[in-house]
Write a protein that binds this ligand. Structure first.
Ligand code: UDP
Length: 323
C-alpha cells in the first residue's frame, strides 16, 4: 500500500486530497497545525484504519515514521485576509515548511508535489497566464508575503530536483471553490454567499471589473492527482479558464441565493490583480486534463454546503482565529 503525507491536510484543498487518496487505496497521513485548517473537514476519516492525523507545524522539524511514497505540501494560509493576519507564518510555511518536506522526501526517497499558485504571476501583464510568464509581483506589498513565499517554494523545490535529483512536481493553482471553504476566510465566494445567507449586502471591491476564473474543487483534485503521477517536473497551471468579472460573479450569487440584497462597492485592496485566467494548454497536452464542472453546477453544490452548516459550524467558522 502506497503512503502519502499531505501537509495542510485539514484545510480546504488538503482535506479533499485526503479523501481522494483514501479513495485510491493509499495510506494517508494528514498533517496540520490547525491555524487555518478545521478538523471538521477530516473527522469522517478518523475511523479509517488507513488514515492518520498529525497535529504538527510543518515549519518546525517534522518526523514521520515508516515509508513515504509521496509528500504533498498544501499547508499555507491561502486567502488575502488570512495571510494579511499571519504574514510571518505564511512566509515560514512556504520557506522553512517546504525545506522540511524536501528534507523528509530525501530521507524517504519520496516524490514531492507542492501547491503553488497563480499569485506567482502577481498582477499579470500577460493574459491568459502561461507557465512561461515570470509574473509581475510586488515583493513588499501586502500580497508579497504569500507571492514571494510561493515563488521561493518553487525555486527551492526546483533546486532539490536539479541538485539532489529529487522527484518533484509543481502545481500552480488558480482560484478554486467548493465545499469546506471557510466562511470567514475573506475570499470572494464565501464572502458573497455568507452575506447573502445573513441578509447583508454583497461587498464588491472596486468597480468589480477585475476578473477571476473559478475552478470547482473536484476538477482541481483530478488535475493534481494526474500531475503527481506524471513524469513532468516543470510547473503546470491547473484552473478553469472560464473568466468572469467580480461584478458578474456577484450577480450570479444574488440570482443563485435569491437574496434581495444588492452589490455595494468597497475600496479595492492594494495590488489586487486586475485579471486572471489560466492558460491550460500544458495540463491538456501533458495530463490530458481539463475542467468538467461548469460554474452553475459547482456553485449550486457549494451553496448547498453552506446552507447545510449548523449553527455550531457557523459559530466556529465565524470565530475561527487565524492567529
Ligand atoms: N473580492 C470582492 N469582495 C469580497 C472579497 C473579494 O469583491 O468580499 C474581490 C477581490 O478584490 C478580488 C476577487 O474578489 O478581486 C477575488 O478575491 P479573493 O480574495 O477570492 O482571491 P484572490 O484571487 O484576490 O486571491
Amino acid at each position: 500500500m502506497k503512503r502519502v503525507l499531505i501537509t495542510g491536510g485539514a484545510g480546504f484543498l488538503g482535506s479533499h486530497l485526503c479523501d481522494r487518496f483514501i479513495k485510491e487505496g493509499y495510506h494517508v497521513i494528514a498533517m496540520d497545525n490547525l491555524i487555518t485548517g478545521d478538523l471538521k473537514n477530516i473527522e469522517h476519516l478518523f475511523k479509517l484504519e488507513h488514515f492518520e492525523f498529525y497535529h504538527n507545524d510543518v515549519s518546525k522539524f517534522i518526523h514521520v515514521p515508516g515509508e513515504l511514497n509521496y509528500i504533498l505540501h498544501f499547508a499555507s494560509p491561502a486567502s488575502p485576509i488570512d495571510y494579511l493576519k499571519i504574514p510571518i507564518q505564511t512566509l515560514k510555511v512556504g520557506s522553512l515548511g517546504i525545506h522540511n518536506c524536501l528534507g523528509l522526501a530525501r530521507v524517504k526517497n519520496a516524490r514531492v508535489l507542492i501547491a503553488s499558485t497563480s499569485e506567482v504571476y502577481g498582477d499579470p501583464n500577460v493574459h491568459p497566464q502561461p507557465e512561461e510568464y515570470w509574473g509581475n509581483v510586488n515583493p513588499v506589498g501586502p500580497r508579497g508575503v504569500y507571492d514571494e513565499a510561493k515563488r521561493f517554494q518553487e525555486a527551492m523545490t526546483m533546486a532539490y530536483h536539479t541538485y539532489h535529483g529529487l522527484e518533484t512536481r509543481i502545481v500552480r493553482i488558480f482560484n478554486t471553490y467548493g465545499p469546506r471553504m471557510r466562511l470567514n476566510d475573506g475570499r470572494v465566494l464565501p464572502a458573497f454567499i455568507g452575506q447573502a445567507l445573513r441578509g447583508e449586502d454583497l461587498t464588491m471591491f472596486g468597480d468589480g471589473s477585475q476578473t477571476r476564473s473559478f475552478c470547482y474543487v473536484d476538477d482541481l483534485v483530478e488535475g493534481i492527482y494526474r500531475l503527481l503521477l506524471s513524469d513532468y517536473a516543470q510547473p503546470v497551471n491547473i484552473g478553469n479558464p472560464d473568466e468572469i468579472t467580480i461584478k458578474e460573479f456577484g450577480e450570479e450569487i444574488i440570482k443563485l441565493t435569491g437574496t434581495s440584497q444588492k452589490l455595494i462597492s468597497l475600496p479595492l485592496p492594494t495590488d489586487d490583480p486586475k485579471q486572471r485566467k489560466p492558460d491550460i494548454t500544458k495540463a491538456r497536452s501533458i495530463l490530458g486534463w481539463e475542467p468538467k464542472v461548469n460554474r452553475a453546477d459547482g456553485l449550486k453544490i457549494t451553496y448547498e454546503y453552506f446552507k447545510s452548516l449548523t449553527k455550531d459550524d457557523l459559530f466556529r467558522m465565524a470565530h475561527h482565529k487565524t492567529f
